[in-house]
Design a protein around this ligand. Structure first.
Ligand code: PBG
Length: 353
């Protein structure tokens, strides 16, 4: 019997008494498994998200995200060395301002918490790539990602519901803040507000300010996900009313993600992102297949917290499950992974040799 007949026989449901095709041959030893491995994880794949707050000497643990802290700028700078030593090329910054207001002005003030952090990091560790998360939800008193429609704002639009996120006034602020962050030295601007035209508006603002060399990593397909739960505590940014489903994507949609990415690519995105990661691997794979840009995936706070919670109960092995999740995200097509496990995973990978 040749091997084709044998496969046929197996498919027909009969036991193959003497299989010729034995995939297990390449699994017999660790060395052989390693030789045929299709996906390998490296610290160079990771981008480490960090939370920066005002103050000095502050390291405030984030209860919902074990091992992660809000850091003051001086502490953030101290982190930079260990991040680089582990081989992690980049960090992503979120800011927790001293004061929040209707338009999130800390985000576009040159002395806002993130611009200060960017300057300090670039001075202390010029090689470390600093990515600025460009959104307003951490900076506004209502916790939404831009300007909200109320009769109190100049851009009030009576044709739209109160509480609606005003698209175009938000674009203007995103452009302004991006210029401030890039001026402070941000290597990459990463808009995450999911308002229409954000990439084009930011590209235009940067170019006009003589910052045409600064790339944009767009949160192109960002879903209105409940897996962001723990982040709300980390960034102190829960919406004071409603949720984000008027601007972030419906978790049920995949074709729409391709459309969102196509628009951002047309507007000038240099890199694209899918977020969250593990529950959206099908979207990630489809985006990777369709577009030829560097593609990132964001393993979000809830993905991180779930693994920690299960491990704390003794139900899962944290290291093994974290590395398996990260490998799956890479296998699905991520060139870069934003992950709170970045430092731990870099240590674990080094241990494994
Ligand atoms: C800002 C932003 C959020 C996250 C990243 N950027 C919160 C949100 O959109 O609600 C979530 C990150 C995480 O959960 O780890 N818009």
């Amino acid at each position: 019997m040749n091997s084709l007949q044998l496969v046929q026989k197996t498919i027909n449901g009969q036991a193959a008494a003497d299989p010729v095709l034995r995939p297990r041959r390449t699994r017999i030893s660790s060395a052989l498994r390693s030789m045929v491995r299709e996906t390998t994880l490296s610290p160079a794949d990771f981008i480490y998200p960090l939370f920066v707050r005002h103050g000095r000497g502050e390291r405030r643990p984030i209860g919902s995200m074990p091992g992660q802290c809000q850091l003051s700028v001086d502490e953030l700078v101290r982190e930079a060395d260990s991040i680089m030593e582990l081989g992690i090329p980049a960090v992503l910054l979120f800011g927790i301002p001293a004061e929040k207001n209707w338009c999130g002005s800390d985000n576009f003030s040159p002395h806002g918490v993130v611009p200060e952090a960017i300057r300090a990091l670039k001075e202390a560790a010029p090689e470390l790539i600093v990515i600025s998360d460009m959104c307003f939800c951490e900076y506004t008193d209502h916790g939404h990602c831009g300007v909200i429609n109320t009769p109190l704002v100049d851009s009030y639009n009576a044709a739209l519901p109160e509480g609606y996120l005003l698209n175009d006034p938000t674009l203007e602020l995103l452009g302004r803040a991006s210029v401030v962050h890039a001026d402070a030295g941000a290597d990459i601007i990463a808009p995450s507000a999911m308002v229409d035209g954000m990439v084009g508006a930011i590209r235009g603002a940067l170019d006009e300010a003589g910052l045409a060399h600064v790339p944009i990593l767009s949160y192109a397909a960002k879903y209105a996900s409940s897996f962001y739960g723990p982040f709300r505590e980390a960034a102190e940014s829960p919406p004071s009313f409603g949720d984000r489903s008027q601007y972030q994507m419906d978790p049920a949609n995949r074709r729409e993600a391709l459309r969102e990415v196509a628009l951002d690519v047309a507007e000038g995105a240099d890199m694209i992102m899918v977020k969250p990661a593990l529950p959206y691997l099908d979207v990630l794979a489809a985006v990777r297949e369709e577009f030829r840009l560097p593609t990132a995936a964001y393993q979000v706070s809830g993905e991180y917290a779930m693994l920690h919670a299960a491990a704390a109960n003794g139900w899962l092995d944290l290291k093994k499950c974290a590395l398996e999740s990260l490998t799956s995200i890479k296998r699905a097509g991520a060139d870069m992974i934003l992950t709170y496990f970045a430092k731990d995973a870099a240590v674990w990978l080094a241990e494994e040799g």
